[in-house]
Design a protein around this ligand. Structure first.
Ligand SMILES: *[C@@H]1O[C@H](CO)[C@@H](O)[C@H](O)[C@H]1NC(C)=O
Ligand SMILES: *[C@@H]1O[C@H](CO)[C@@H](O)[C@H](O)[C@H]1NC(C)=O
Length: 371
């Protein structure tokens, strides 16, 4: 009896220990082995073996946001616009990667100084600012990628800098992302919020926040996966314009990548690889082909922004956003599936660069994601 109950206690303890999951760091969009893969293409390139990855690195290294001489904006206490923070966040992230890829300390110092300056000053995102959720998601997501790389690569970021950055995520941005009323969390705004929360959860090792984001990916009432992408691959914003459609697809792919890297959830495969179907529908249409359009599939509050839309939009058609390499690497190179239309775009583009609005997504996928 006694032995049996001790055995049971031991079993329960063992199960509890197993359920405490180890976080992977750095572990938002890139783990160390991913950065080593990028480095190996660079080393080979410098030694004379060219590759698309190396060509993309040369463009990345020459980009203004990768420069250790990047001039940051003057941080403010209350965000009432997005552009300055988003540019600075992009520079922090690209300098963080440059630091790890080149070992040049000036890049780490630039990234750290941007993060410290903002987290030491910013107190709030104006709740009356129309884009308060985009301001709390897109730029902060990029800056959290910087923070994650810098923190776990012996770059010299102080404990107080890290703690101040964590406070900014929890006290400035999280409250804005924790609002699901009215027009919040719709379409691309919702998918951006979800990827940001997932990144914040990894950086702060907050399992509650991370799991909340995983659940929102499928179940958010206006941006859960099945509401963003129909079974045919149509986006809830296909009638609006092709830029916002691609922004949303990229957001979803980045969330999938985080959960895949952390090894917690295979979001890529949900609903029979619904995200792949979404990419292919949008790639096919943007390459000039005809696709079926279902006017009953619209975003929540379909009357916003000139909707509901009775036909698919030609606005932005053929302007390819830098989102295709990430999904292709996962589904095709790793998973053996087929994405013929996305591949056509990848081949046309050659070397994927950054976004015109720099914090719209990680970009530079030929360097970052191509295997
Ligand atoms: C949530 O968003 C709505 C607008 O959709 C706004 O009226 C409300 O003040 C916000 N609530 C909080 C707590 O920020
Ligand atoms: C973790 O995240 C939740 C929101 O998901 C928040 O309420 C909580 O305060 C966070 N915990 C810590 C220790 O920051």
């Amino acid at each position: 009896m006694r032995t049996a109950s001790l055995g049971l206690v031991t079993l329960i303890l063992a199960v509890n220990v197993l359920s405490v999951r180890a976080w992977i760091h750095p572990g938002i969009l890139h783990k160390l082995s991913d950065i080593s893969r990028m480095s190996s293409y660079i080393t080979a390139g410098l030694a004379g073996t060219n590759s698309p990855q190396y060509q993309d690195y040369l463009l990345f290294a020459a980009d203004k946001f990768s420069s250790d001489a990047y001039q940051m904006s003057t941080p403010v206490a209350t965000l009432t616009s997005r552009a300055s923070f988003e540019a600075d966040a992009t520079a922090a992230y690209q300098n963080a990667l440059m630091w790890k890829l080149t070992g040049i300390q000036l890049h780490a110092a630039k990234s750290i100084s941007i993060m410290n300056a903002w987290s030491g000053t910013l107190k709030s995102v104006d709740p009356n600012y129309l884009d308060m959720q985009l301001a709390s998601s897109l730029g902060p997501f990029m800056m959290t990628n910087a923070a994650e790389i810098i923190r776990y690569t012996s770059a010299g970021w102080t404990a107080s800098g890290i703690s101040s950055f964590s406070s900014m995520l929890n006290n400035v941005f999280y409250p804005r992302l924790n609002n699901h009323t009215g027009v919040q969390y719709q379409a691309n705004v919702g998918t951006g919020n979800t990827k940001a929360l997932m990144a914040f959860g990894v950086f702060t090792e907050n399992t509650t926040m991370y799991n909340e984001a995983i659940s929102l990916y499928s179940n958010e009432k206006c941006s859960g996966l099945a509401l963003d992408i129909s079974a045919t691959g149509q986006s809830s914003e296909s009638g609006r314009d092709q830029g916002h459609v691609q922004l949303g697809l990229g957001n979803l792919a980045e969330s999938c990548q985080i959960a895949w890297l952390q090894g917690t959830n295979d979001l890529f495969s949900l609903l029979s690889n619904r995200l792949l179907t979404g990419y292919e529908y949008t790639a096919k249409y943007n390459l000039g082909n005809t696709v079926a359009y279902d006017a009953t599939f619209q975003r929540c509050d379909a009357n916003l922004l000139g909707g509901p839309f009775n036909v698919i939009s030609t606005t932005g058609r053929g302007t390819f956003r830098p989102i295709y390499e990430l999904a292709y690497a996962h589904y095709v190179s790793l998973g053996g599936l087929s994405m013929p239309f996305s591949l056509q775009i990848i081949n046309k583009v050659g070397t994927e660069e950054g976004n015109t609005s720099p914090a719209d997504g990680s970009g530079w996928g030929t360097l970052k994601y191509r295997l």
